[in-house]
Ligand binder design. Structure first.
Ligand SMILES: Cc1cc2nc3c(=O)[nH]c(=O)nc-3n(C[C@H](O)[C@H](O)[C@H](O)COP(=O)(O)OP(=O)(O)OC[C@H]3O[C@@H](n4cnc5c(N)ncnc54)[C@H](O)[C@@H]3O)c2cc1C
Length: 439
């Protein structure tokens, strides 16, 4: 056991815990004998979801067995297997992960607990929609559940931020592909209204869609955007796995390196580099899905103070909220890297499910500007008024009252949790901060 300072990817609010890397067999015993426990994957959640101050954190990293992929594309994997591992093994055999977030460096345990989404939510839903079954260790025993077996517990675990137990293994349904390429259409839009209209009316023609929005331009160019949409290419040749990152950031950059000026310059360059329109371009899986994985530890570029990622979902009826949020940022002059705008389909039946039919916008905001906390509070108010919510896997700062208003079904999670964890062994910094769990 080691005592470690654990960070989220945003590096804003670390805490110290005892850390173990147990096998699946050891997890069961540890849950019975410990007072406060939480699982952790690769620490790619941005805030404090994978931290537990003063408790015992069980890293997934010793649970790494991946079974052979069945002829129907289903596969049993341990919770510590990563999306990268699944792609590496699956792609040469013609199988791809059904949902991938913007990085491959995510464990299956973390993907289930946050119920991660990709650029295909409007077509394929979130990760949990492709989990057939999972094995969950709880303080009162090990339980197998799935969408048709103990479904309540299953959906509380999918998106439950690790609070129902420790996922040991899961059976995932993979997606059949014939190529390691994606055929991509890229179009540049002069403003937000134009890109949102195109996404609303045209995204159904593509499996994958994402828009990069410039949050630093005002006036008629407010929210200018680059929309990239694509589908898996058809092919007959060999399929190659994505390459590892070639470069890394060895130490934290000076705070303030990423300021209004440098971010504005980057955004400008990015727009100028994008074609007005390019259709049918073949891109590799890595370039299309995980461009940030090309640089290891890129989060250190934000300096010691770190950064906040603020991601929200709002229903279609509140499309105007997306416009207001970007206007607020552009006018506040709080620097923000290109924001990511995607369409969402329906969420899961889970009490903490994040997606809802409509929009999701993710903003990367360096910590530092004095105006930032106020702007984030204003964003909360906008999102809440629109019937929307903030993504817990990215959150580092919501307060309990706002959380409750955004996730009014949270008590259903507590009810299910009480049946399997009656003395509340499993908790996290996030659960304590949101007063989801008081222990
Ligand atoms: C560059 C980047 C891009 C991203 N893009 C997206 C995106 O497009 N879409 C998206 O949805 N997310 C995205 N994310 C967020 C990321 O996918 C999630 O936060 C994911 O949960 C991280 O997985 P992890 O293995 O690092 O888990 P951690 O961050 O270590 O943990 C996340 C949560 O999972 C729980 N957990 C971990 N293992 C288990 C287990 N075995 N059993 C039960 N609970 C467990 C933890 O307790 C914690 O609550 C991105 C993150 C980064 C850094």
């Amino acid at each position: 056991m080691s005592r470690e300072k654990l960070y989220g990817w945003g590096r804003t609010a670390p805490s110290v815990a005892d850390v173990l890397e147990p096998t699946a067999e050891e997890v069961t015993g540890l849950l019975r004998t410990s007072t406060h426990v939480l699982s952790r994957g690769l620490g790619r959640s941005y805030g404090d979801a994978a931290q537990l101050a003063g408790g015992l954190v069980l890293r997934n990293s010793a649970m790494t067995v991946m079974d052979e992929i069945a002829p129907d594309g289903s596969v049993w994997v341990d919770a510590g297997v990563t999306i990268d591992d699944v792609i590496r093994v699956g792609l040469p055999l013609g199988w791809f992960v059904p949902v991938t977030p913007g990085t491959r460096q995510v464990s299956i345990g973390g993907a289930i607990a946050a119920d991660v989404h990709g650029k295909n939510h409007h077509v394929d839903g979130s990760f949990g929609h492709h989990v057939r079954s999972l094995v969950l260790a709880t303080p009162t025993g090990t339980i197998t559940c799935g969408p048709t077996e103990r479904a309540e517990l299953f959906w509380a675990t999918v998106g439950g931020m690790g609070l129902t137990g420790v996922v040991l293994r899961a059976q995932i349904q993979l997606l059949a592909v014939t190529s390691d390429k994606v055929v991509v259409d890229t179009t540049r839009f002069a403003n937000l209204e134009a890109v949102m209209h195109e996404m609303q009316t045209g995204d159904h023609r593509y499996r994958y869609s994402v828009a990069w929005v410039d949050c630093m331009t005002t006036g008629s160019a407010m929210g200018r955007a680059i929309l990239t949409r694509g589908d898996h290419a058809e092919g007959t040749g060999e399929r190659h796995s994505p390459r590892d990152a070639k470069i890394g950031v060895p130490f934290s950059a000076p705070s303030g390196l990423l300021n209004s000026l440098s971010i504005r310059a980057f955004n400008e360059l990015w727009f100028r580099m994008a074609p007005k329109q390019r259709l049918g371009e073949e891109q590799s899986i890595g370039a299309f899905f995980h461009p940030l994985d090309g640089v290891r530890d890129w989060n250190r570029l934000y300096g010691r103070r770190g950064f906040v990622q603020y991601q929200f979902a709002v229903p279609d009826s509140a499309s105007e909220t997306v416009v207001e949020a970007i206007k607020l940022l552009a006018e506040s002059r709080v620097p923000s890297f290109l924001a990511v705008l995607k369409r969402f389909g329906a969420g899961t039946p889970g009490p903490l499910s994040f997606p809802m039919p409509g929009w999701t916008l993710a903003l990367d905001l360096p910590v530092g500007p004095a105006a930032l906390p106020g702007v984030l509070d204003q964003l909360d108010t906008l999102v809440l008024a629109a019937g929307g919510r903030v993504y817990l896997a990215k959150d580092a700062r919501l307060d309990p009252a706002t959380f409750r208003a955004m996730y009014p079904r949270f008590e259903e999670l507590l009810h299910i949790k009480h049946q399997i964890d009656p003395t509340t062994v499993i908790t996290s910094d996030l659960a304590r901060r949101l007063e989801l769990i008081r222990k």
